[in-house]
Design a binder for this molecule. Structure first.
Ligand SMILES: Cc1ncc(COP(=O)(O)O)c(C=O)c1O
Ligand SMILES: N[C@@H](CCOP(=O)(O)O)C(=O)O
Length: 465
């Protein structure tokens, strides 16, 4: 399997090299040259497989021999051994034909663990084999950071640097990152917002001259293809549990960087009969504006009670555009140039294809709080703010009541006590046992100016691995 850039001007890479990089040299994102497709019979034969067994079936064609089958199985088994629920991704019913897919049973309580536990073990395996040291650089609006740190903290060949927006993540999210004191783990609180963090990471991939010659950057954000690949699995897992492929399934996905829902779109192309894919946004609604009114323009970033989705520049939308424009890299380069100056407009054909594939809906803080309150009153199930946005969007856009609607629960409510209290809870949701002393742990992080030179010299100076 080869991987090509969405901007059409970078050499194709194999799986191992695509995992050990981030952005393509032409600024694009890597995607598989062709997608594996599974027949309905094959998908039906997977009913009853464990999460780990299914993960192997789905990921093996992408890995295409870069690690042996036995090694891949071992990496998968290690990745999901840290989850707190035997089902790995359990389903909970909230209403008739409406389900919550709990993706927060991993060590850092967000869906990011699905891909980042896997990626951490995969990187460890590849780097040991190659006897190579790398620098991991990532941007986080709160959840990717801790999941990436948890995935990489024990890898001797990795120095990991995570940039989070200073004072813009919840206290739980910050402490999940900054209380990890291994000396290869470095937390930077950037005086800027998430988009600034993400821009800095992307720009650093373009010019890595700040690193010693024997080091290269590796991404842990969803620009890394392995992230997306691992996230495809839970769409199949939920689908099979609810009767696919004999029965179609719909999904609602709280969306920011478009990685999670892009994985859902790929699951559909690979053969899972998905009826609706709902893009649920908070007030940072660029994707909803694009779908509903062809307005893909940058607006000032708003700080909401669902901070992990406070994202304006949605990286993986570029991967989607690549398909909407029949994989024409020249077109994508043009669109991304337009967007750099403030806005891009999709042509009619691309827009109508996007509207066939996705529904979209925006939920502001007040409505989100009302949803948490209402669902708790009816069912005693406590949603996190991101999940509540997904549930509301599902209810507002749903076309068919007879098709199961699965709402992705992307985080545990204990990560967002402020929102939960505002929704009427008088006690904070309890952190799981392994995090019970989080607020007593020592913290370590560096506050840095929103300046790429400052950040890059901090990275170069502090390499440990
Ligand atoms: C809790 C939570 N929900 C939803 C999202 C949005 O997911 P994506 O960026 O893949 O669209 C994120 C961050 O990415 C998140 O941390
Ligand atoms: N919401 C994310 C933002 C980064 O997204 P990613 O999926 O590209 O890593 C976060 O919590 O950090």
């Amino acid at each position: 399997m080869k991987y090509i850039s969405t901007r059409g001007q970078a050499p194709a890479l194999d799986f191992e090299d695509v995992v050990l990089t981030g952005l393509a040299p032409d600024g694009g994102l890597y995607v598989p040259e062709t997608l594996p497709e599974f027949s309905q019979e094959e998908i039906a034969s997977w009913a009853g497989l464990s999460y780990e067994e299914l993960a192997f079936k789905i990921m093996a064609p992408f890995v295409s021999g870069a690690v042996s089958d036995a090694e891949l199985k071992q990496i998968i088994s290690e990745a999901y051994s840290s989850f707190r629920h035997d089902a790995i991704a359990p389903l909970v019913q909230t209403a008739h034909n409406e389900w919550i897919l709990e993706l927060f049973q991993g060590p850092t309580l967000a869906f990011k663990d699905f891909a980042l536990q896997f990626l951490g073990h995969l990187l460890d395996h590849l780097l040991k084999k190659r006897q190579q040291k790398v620098v991991v650089m990532g941007a986080t609006s709160g959840d990717t950071g801790s999941a990436a740190i948890e995935g990489c903290r024990r890898c001797d060949n990795i120095d990991i640097y995570i940039l989070h927006p200073y004072k813009r993540v919840s206290d739980v999210q910050r402490r999940q990152m900054t209380t990890v004191l291994e000396d290869n783990v470095h937390n930077i609180a950037l005086e800027g917002n998430f988009d600034d963090c993400q821009n800095m990471v992307k720009a650093s991939f373009g010019d890595q001259s700040f690193l010693p010659e024997d080091r290269q950057l590796v991404a842990v954000n969803s620009i890394n293809w392995a992230r997306i690949m691992a996230q495809i699995v839970y769409y199949f897992y939920a689908g099979l549990a609810l009767g696919a492929p004999a029965r179609p399934i719909s999904f609602s996905v709280p969306t920011g960087n478009f990685g999670d829902i892009f994985a859902g779109y790929l699951a559909k192309r690979m053969g899972l009969p998905i009826d609706q894919l709902v893009i649920a946004t908070n007030s940072n609604d660029i994707l909803h504006r694009c779908l509903s009114g062809n307005d893909h323009s940058k607006q000032p970033l708003q700080h909401t009670l669902s901070p992990s989705m406070d994202i304006m520049v949605s990286s993986n939308f570029e991967r989607m555009l690549f398909d909407l424009y029949d994989r024409d890299g020249d077109k994508i380069r043009g669109l991304m140039e337009d967007f750099k100056s403030g806005a891009m407009h999709l042509d009619e054909s691309a827009l109508s294809k996007a509207r066939e594939l996705f529904s979209s809906y925006k939920v502001d803080d007040d409505v989100m709080l009302e949803v948490i309150r209402d669902v708790f009153e009816r069912t005693e199930y406590l949603l996190d703010p991101h999940t509540a946005i997904g549930l509301k969007a599902a209810r507002e856009t749903r076309r068919r009541q007879d098709i199961p609607m699965v709402c992705l629960a992307t985080a545990h409510p204990a990560k967002f006590p402020e929102a939960v209290r505002k929704a009427g809870q008088d006690t904070d949701p309890a952190l799981p046992h392994h995090m019970a002393d989080l607020f007593q742990r020592e913290e370590r992080y560096e506050v840095l100016a929103n300046d790429i030179g400052t950040v890059q010299s901090y990275i170069a100076k502090n390499l440990k691995a």
